[in-house]
Each structure stands twice: as structure tokens, then as C-alpha cells.
Design a protein around this ligand. Structure first.
Ligand code: FES
Length: 150
């Protein structure tokens, strides 16, 4: 069964523009009927709910799009397909939980500080990402190198 973009928006509680955006990003898929109107498989409602939930727990649209690529575009995914996708998210969510816990821990030392030091502030430079990106001496000793590449 197919539904219009307006019905998909109404049933998902999202704006039509959001659906167009998600489609442009490859998260949902439509086809055109004979009147050149956009149509979705009704399973798009569940897919939109999954997208919304995934965003709320911190997954990026790129991460969500990558996971949804394994699902069929114009039919309802099987239970097994949903389960496989959910299993992939478990590791990503666990990683994000650990990141948030580390951020929560580091935040305490930053409150009232405000230095935003590249060398000591875990909030401004978490896990010393500049050092990871730039190996070698120039990464921490020549700030002009950082700006040129970032
Ligand atoms: S703001 Fe100073 S350590 Fe983070």
C-alpha cells in the first residue's frame, strides 16, 4: 500500500519538508505515480520513527543512512532485517555512551575554568583530536598547521 507525502508527514508527525530532506539524504525513498505525485510505501512511517529515535540517541544522519541502506527501499523490512540493523547500532550506541560518560567526567574540571586550552582541556580538544589528526612535531607546536587543514 502506498501513501502520499502529506499522509506520511501527518502520520509521522513530521513536516513535509523534513521528509523531502530525509529523501534527499537517502534515508527514505519514494516513487512517482502516474500524476507525478510522490508516493511512499506505508512502511515509511516505521522507518521515520526509527530515524527520529536514532537521532534522539545521538546517531548522525550519515550513520543512520548507512544502516538503513541494508533495508529494502519500497517494501516493509522483515523482522530479521530490522534486528540486523538494530544490532549494528548497539556498538555505535555503546561507543556514544562511553563518550558521553567521559564528557560528563571532564566537564567537572572545566566548570568555572574557561581556559579552553588545546593542551589541557578535554572539552575543547577531546581525546586530543588535533594530535590524532596531525602526527609529528608540528601538530602541537605549530598552530598555523592546524588552521590550514581544519
Ligand atoms: S575550560 Fe579549562 S580545562 Fe576545560
Amino acid at each position: 500500500m502506498e501513501i502520499s507525502v502529506g499522509e506520511a508527514a501527518k502520520r509521522s508527525g513530521m513536516a513535509v519538508s523534513a521528509l523531502h530532506f530525509y529523501e534527499k539524504k537517502g534515508l527514505i525513498h519514494s516513487w512517482r505515480n502516474q500524476g507525478n505525485q510522490r508516493r511512499y510505501h506505508r512502511s515509511v512511517i516505521r522507518r521515520l520513527a526509527v530515524i527520529k529515535a536514532a537521532q534522539e540517541v545521538g546517531l548522525s544522519l550519515d550513520e543512520i543512512a548507512t544502516s538503513l541502506q541494508a533495508l529494502p527501499k519500497h517494501q516493509a523490512p522483515t523482522r530479521k532485517q530490522w534486528d540486523t540493523m538494530a544490532a549494528q547500532w548497539q556498538a555505535q550506541l555503546q561507543h556514544k555512551i562511553l563518550q558521553m560518560q567521559a564528557l560528563q567526567k571532564d566537564l567537572g574540571s572545566c566548570i568555572g575554568c574557561g581556559c579552553l586550552s588545546l593542551e589541557t582541556c578535554a572539552i575543547y580538544n577531546p581525546q586530543d583530536v588535533r594530535a590524532e589528526k596531525y602526527t609529528g612535531q608540528s601538530s602541537l607546536t605549530n598552530p598555523e598547521d592546524w588552521n590550514a587543514e581544519l
